[in-house]
Design a protein around this ligand. Structure first.
Ligand code: FEO
Length: 397
């Protein structure tokens, strides 16, 4: 069913839900789907803010038509060029050949490279304003939140911020579209997993954007994914502030890679020792089963991280390597680290963990343990030492 929803006077949500895609952008699983939000402002000029992923183009254009009833689009604002939002640009140009595309100096080379579009362009700069009739639009550059060209668009007369990916979430909009209409508990993990995996590398740009927009009064934040924020604006901003400062809660994420069960035995042993000391927030993940995006999401939540892997071909197990290299690339900050390994003969996991610790600069809380096969009494003692040292750090530092 195609639909549009008026979210403020003459401002409409014309987004679409995607429940068919299993792997978003060929990397992130989205079991709860994703929404691509787009908006249209009907004033003396008609302005579309961002588009949708191209697989949803037909539904999207019908949504737009339910609002415009044949009236043409004057402006298309591109806050962000990633194809889940730019995918319908060429279709819009076909339908509305006179429209003017608004972007910034970083937007247009991408537009050319992705779609071969290099006409009908109007460049805006940071702080510039465009009058569209009763309403006006202010443009703020927020580079690296999370691409170089990202900007946000603010409509001061209604205090609405079109924020691009910022404040977005995985998960479809099942019925309601506002934060007070949807089940935020159901979406909780998809909100934080979206931040940690899509935006999480860019903590400093996020802080810069929050400072830049800090004095802007807000009645509504319209992101390109997830619910429209109007009731819990302060909550989502506070979360972004916390996440982008890499602030965490007391808890420990244990991620392990295990072929025959011995490394998993060590993970369980450490978890048991943590629990004995009163740690409740313990999340154990098997890297062979759980996508890194979920593990990374928990690492953004909890201060303690304990990693364990068996050896594999003289190195570390491949799924652990994926997790480590992604954490390194993201430059996740502000954690305590413990690690352990298992080998049958030559080993290989321990040196990789050591290199990881040095690169990511997390404080290592205890000497690592390397077990050969099943756990012996000394292995239990060493696993306890790792757990005890982690608790000591979490509680006393
Ligand atoms: Fe939703 Fe960065 O695209």
């Amino acid at each position: 069913m195609n639909r549009s929803i008026e979210i403020k006077k003459n401002i409409y949500w014309i987004g679409v839900n995607d429940r068919r895609t299993h792997i978003f952008e060929n990397y992130w699983p989205i079991p709860k789907g994703v929404a691509y939000n787009s908006y249209v402002i009907v004033d003396e000029k008609v302005v579309v803010v961002d588009t949708v992923e191209r697989s949803k183009m037909d539904d999207y254009l019908e949504n737009l038509d339910t609002v415009l009833q044949g009236r043409p689009v004057d402006y298309l604002i591109i806050n962000h060029m990633e194809p889940d939002h730019s995918g319908a640009i060429k279709a819009l140009l076909c339908h509305y050949p006179e429209l003017t595309i608004i972007g910034n100096s970083k937007t247009f080379p991408m537009l050319q490279n992705f779609y071969g579009v290099n006409t009908h362009l109007q460049e805006v700069k940071d702080g510039e304003t465009l009058s569209i009739g009763q309403y006006s639009l202010n443009f703020y550059m927020v580079p690296m939140l999370h691409w170089p060209e990202t900007m946000v668009t603010y409509l001061p007369e209604e205090q609405v911020l079109f924020s691009g990916d910022a404040f977005g979430a995985f998960g479809t909009l099942d019925g309601g579209i506002f934060d007070d209409q949807v089940d935020l508990d159901y979406l909780e993990e998809e909100i934080s997993r979206y931040y940690s995996n899509i935006v999480g590398k860019y903590g400093i740009p996020t802080q810069n954007a929050l400072k830049k927009l800090g004095g802007v009064p807000l009645q509504m934040i319209c992101a390109t994914h997830g619910p429209i924020w109007r009731t819990y604006i302060n909550d989502i901003i506070a979360r972004y502030d916390k996440w982008s400062k890499y602030e965490t809660d007391e808890g420990v994420v244990i991620a392990f890679s295990s072929m025959y069960g011995h490394t998993e035995q060590m993970a369980d042993a450490i978890a048991g020792f943590l629990a004995e000391k009163g740690i409740k927030k313990i999340r154990i993940h098997d890297t062979s089963k759980t996508h890194p995006s979920y593990i990374i999401n928990d690492i953004f939540r909890y201060k303690g991280v304990i990693l364990g892997s068996c050896a594999y071909n003289g190195g570390i197990f491949p799924t652990m390597e994926t997790l480590l290299s992604e954490l390194e690339a993201m430059g996740v900050k502000n954690h305590y680290l413990g690690y352990f390994a298992n080998k049958t003969w030559g080993g290989g996991a321990l040196p990789r963990f050591k290199a990881f610790a040095e690169k990511i600069k997390w404080e290592v809380v205890a000497e690592p343990n390397e077990t050969m096969g099943s756990m012996k009494p000394t292995d239990w003692e060493q696993c306890k030492a790792i757990a005890d040292a982690m608790v000591e750090k979490l509680r006393n530092h």
